[in-house]
Write a protein that binds this ligand. Structure first.
Ligand code: IVH
Length: 692
């Protein structure tokens, strides 16, 4: 999930995707597979899938005092050097200034935030979506590694963050026990890997189940704190150790990237002998004042990076190539493999990306292939060992395997798409699954399996139908595994979502390029469903009038208006691609009907903007000239933190111009327009006044 969120951020926020659309779809597919494999994740969607112990159907959701973020990745030594160089640029340090780092294993567990108030453990939360976690306080109380209290010297409020994990040996023993205890060994519950086992064990409604599972904890950071007991990462970590928190043995403070890379090699060499799974090494800047200045970009800190271990590989046979149809109609080839263990995980499927990739590898069913797996990324086929053997080539189907519609590959596109649109049952059901998913409508008890079943049986065909399921109550109760109680709960869960945040509503529609982050940006920009609809209507009108037969002047006029709309969309922080995708979606009458129908059943809530946080919130700032104490990136980050927008040029819309040395025409223009001009020192005073 973090992987997908990372790609979402790169794609939607940074505008810098590192994988193709089909790879992205594949990732989602892999997540789906994980959900199928991991009963505890599946429980979130389908409570009837519960096996063994009572699962975490309704762990209370609690907002984190400070968000729990993810890390950017480095794969090569050069990436680490570039990370340090980036830090130097941001902080405007010279090339030879010492930059101390810490290095420690990246534990493959699940992160947990432990909150101590008055030095007592008062709450433990899982990461959840980073903003809101699940309350696992009672479960955590059963983990011996986690202190229940802090010493008297600790501050009044202190959140310790780290990973809950299951040791490799304990994981194997747990699976063996589950097998031995199963009534029907063929259907015994087995966890896919130690991380799933740890997650499944921690996220239990009944803490007694957690108590029966051996879990460990390693601390690596902190969240909200009343004060910090040291001014370096290594210093605070040493104090955490004194307070009784386990710290990874391999934790080291390093003088610079060279030393950090040496620690990486040591940890990598010891990997197989460590009692728990790790998937890389995390480097953090040691100085906390620098961490503070560097801050965050997107969902990851600028002051830390995860150096991942290289992918693991194995050989196996390709049994078949199947085609999957995604929500946007993308046809993705999936390799069905002879099961093989790659880095401790049994792999049966791998992505083949697209037709080009199949051609490049020259793969056909029956071939011997090399499979690679790295962390959570879906396994890939990286080599074909029997490509020269005589065998019929495999050809990409020209029609959709689900609806038989023509499958087309657009000009310059790598992806083949089904042209069936909503006629295609695969696309419709994928959209419904997306609609009810966790970050969209998040309907408890309505998961993948039920959506597929209900769709197949004609109970739901479009999102609005979900809100009319109560009309089929009798039919529902007659279904297998659906007691009156279960149906009642399902209907309540559906009713609870009749009022929903505009961001979730927009995300749930499954518009191409509109991921969670973009949906949030759109919601913030247009604040109400009505405002959003008005924008779309105007834009569609412009689009309809942009016909080639009109005269040049009119065309220019229309284009200008069109551009203004695109500009409006861009101010929401999203690119023209998103604008196009929105228009393409709403240009289809069928989609407008689906949305209108849905709006008869649910009411998206208006976004209420938080009160002004600083004198600069909502203002536009321009930096010009050479700044002495700040890099441009840091200046921009400070402005962002104050809620201001940074522009590149001075115009009537500019509110403030910050001038450094040798400021030229921008300063002159600001003075001419009567815009407030300040120097770097005055800017620093504004920043410190707002942040203290
Ligand atoms: S530091 C601001 N250190 O990796 C985020 N994270 O990919 C600081 N993780 O969500 C995280 N071992 O749960 C840090 N030694 C370590 C870690 C570690 C595992 C997890 C953590 C985080 C995820 C990011």
């Amino acid at each position: 999930m973090q992987e997908i969120a990372m790609h979402d951020t790169r794609y939607y926020v940074n505008d810098d995707p590192i994988i193709s659309d089909s790879d992205y779809d594949n990732l989602k597919f892999r997540l789906r597979e994980l959900e199928r494999d991991d009963p505890d994740l599946a429980d979130l969607f389908d409570p009837t899938a519960a096996v063994g112990g009572s699962p975490a159907k309704h762990l209370a959701k609690v907002a984190h005092a400070r968000p729990m973020l993810s890390l950017n990745n480095a794969f090569a030594d050069e990436d680490v050097a570039e990370f340090v160089a980036g830090v130097r640029r941001f902080l405007r340090l010279s090339d030879d200034a010492p930059v101390a780092l810490t290095a420690e294993p990246k534990i493959d567990g699940l992160s947990c935030s432990l909150r101590y108030e008055g030095r007592r453990l008062v709450r433990a939360l899982t990461r959840g979506d980073g903003a809101v976690g699940e309350d696992v306080t009672a479960n955590v109380a059963t983990i011996a590694d986690i202190p229940q209290a802090l010493p008297d010297t600790a501050p009044d409020v202190f959140e310790v963050r780290g990973e809950v994990y299951m040791a490799k040996a304990d994981f194997a023993a747990l699976n063996a026990r589950l097998l031995a205890e199963a009534v029907d060994p063929a259907r015994a519950r087995q966890f896919a890997n130690p991380r799933n086992a740890a997650a499944g064990s921690l996220r239990q409604k009944d803490a007694a189940v957690t108590a029966s599972r051996p879990l460990g904890f390693l601390a690596h950071g902190w969240g909200e704190v009343a004060s910090l007991p040291a001014d370096t990462q290594a210093g605070v970590v040493a104090v955490l150790r004194d307070w009784g928190f386990p710290i990874a043995d391999a934790f080291r403070r390093c003088d610079g990237a060279g030393e950090a890379l040496a620690v990486y090699r040591t940890i990598e060499a010891a990997r197989a002998d460590l009692p728990f799974d790790i998937d890389g090494v995390v480097y953090k800047l040691d100085r906390l004042d620098w961490q503070e200045r560097l801050g965050f970009v997107g969902r990851a800190p600028r002051w830390a990076i995860a150096h991942k271990f290289p992918a693991e590989r194995a050989q196996t046979s390709l049994r078949a190539i199947d085609i999957q149809v995604g929500r946007t109609g993308a046809l993705t080839p999936v390799a069905r493999l002879e099961p093989v263990t790659v880095g401790g995980v049994v792999v049966t499927n791998a992505t083949l990306h697209n037709a080009d990739e199949i051609e490049r590898l020259g793969v056909r069913p029956g071939d011997r292939v090399v499979v690679q797996r790295a962390g959570d990324v879906i396994p890939q086929i990286v080599d074909n060992l029997t490509r020269d053997e005589p065998r019929d080539a495999w050809t990409f189907p020209g029609t959709c395997p689900d609806c038989g519609s023509l499958a087309e590959r657009g000009e310059g596109e790598v992806v083949v798409r089904c042209t069936g649109g909503l006629v295609c049952p695969a696309q419709r059901v994928e959209r419904l699954i997306h609609f009810v998913s966790r970050h969209a409508f998040d309907i408890a008890g309505l998961g993948l399996v039920r959506v597929e079943d209900f769709f197949r049986d004609g109970l739901i065909a479009s999102p609005a139908d979900i809100f009319r399921l109560h009309l089929h109550r009798d039919a529902l109760v007659r279904r297998e595994r659906m007691s009156d109680l279960v149906v009642g709960k399902l209907i309540d869960a559906i009713d609870a979502r009749r009022s929903i945040g505009l961001d979730r509503f927009l995300f749930a529609l499954g518009i191409r390029h509109v991921g969670e982050v973009t949906a949030r940006d759109l919601a913030r920009r247009w604040t109400s469903a009505r405002g959003f609809a008005a924008m779309i209507r105007r834009a569609l009108h412009v689009r309809r009038t942009t016909v080639p037969s009109i005269g040049e002047n009119e065309r220019r006029f229309v284009l200008r208006r069109g551009r203004a709309l695109v500009a409006a969309v861009e101010t929401a922080g999203i690119g023209p691609e998103v604008a196009d995708a929105l228009l393409a979606f709403f240009a289809e009458k069928h989609n407008r009907d689906v949305v209108a129908d849905l709006l008869r059943e649910v009411a998206p809530q208006d976004v209420v903007h938080a009160a002004t946080q600083s004198e600069l919130t909502g203002k536009t700032v321009v930096f010009t000239g050479r700044l002495e104490t700040l890099s441009r990136d840091e200046a921009k980050a400070q402005a962002d933190a104050l809620g201001a927008r940074v522009a590149g040029s001075v115009s009537k819309k500019t509110d403030l111009v910050v001038v450094g040395a040798d400021a030229g025409s921008k300063r002159a223009k600001a003075e001419e327009l009567g815009i407030r001009v300040i120097d770097e020192a005055a800017w620093a005073r504004i920043v410190s006044a707002a942040t203290t």
